[in-house]
Design a protein around this ligand. Sequence first.
Ligand code: 0GY
Length: 289
Amino acid sequence: MDADYLPFHANPSKPAFAPPRGAVDAHCHVFGPAAVFPYAPERKYTPCDAPKERLFALRDFLGFERNVIVQASCHGRDNRALVDALLSVGDRARGVAVVGPEITDKELEDMHGAGVRAVRFNFLKRLVDNAPKDAFLSIAARIAKLGWHVVVYFEAHQLEELAPFLDQLPTTVVVDHMGRPDVRSGIEHGHFPRFLTLLERKRSIWTKVSCPERLSVSGPDYSDVVPFARALVNTFPDRVLWGTDWPHPNMKSHMPDDGKLVDLIPRVADTAKKRQALLVDNPQRLYWA
Ligand code: 0GY
């Protein structure tokens, strides 16, 4: 593990909010254990091991029933830890893989059998050396045939440049962490209005109202992030997902208490109907239909 890497919270609090039956944590990761599933040579960080057993124990403790596990950059294109976690819980998890153009149709079909339903294209320069759009488009055309979708991770300032690429994707597209707005700008200024316009314009684009701990400037009650998530939940109630982002790689300021993250949900989705869509019906439709 890197010297400055913060491990996940050892004793998160029990949330006061009880998620509805069938609730899905739609953004989380498994890391290693490195002795079994080594980290990728090209990785930009070396995390603390965060094995599947810890993830599934957290799922139960927080009151969730299912997970969508997202391949993170520290495992590169080696999806073995992800697939192993998926196979060990059957229908209770789905996966988002990272693949390159070298992937064979047989490998994609095997991943589908394990529960993978999407690929992730990561555009964060601090996480990946390159993000080849042409290769991504050819991968998207192939995975579309399996009924999969695309998850994209970028920062708010990259949206303008990426919009034509997003327009070319033939599948549903899920944008990680609300497109990473700069919360100091407020919801009516900066890049966030452009993101809202994109979702208005394209019904195939969804987003995760996740990662207040990464976006907040005000600190661990995350009040400054709530208006962004509320705006998305209220405007696009059938195209939003929620996730813990456990084990929260690359946090520098603090490590969030996962129970407190769950307790933010009623502030973001203020009716039972909105919470049912956010936590159960939307992920069910996208990952389990
Ligand atoms: C996240 C966020 C981060 C890391 C990754 O693939 C990754 O390594 O996604 C980050 O550092 O912002 O969603 O886990």
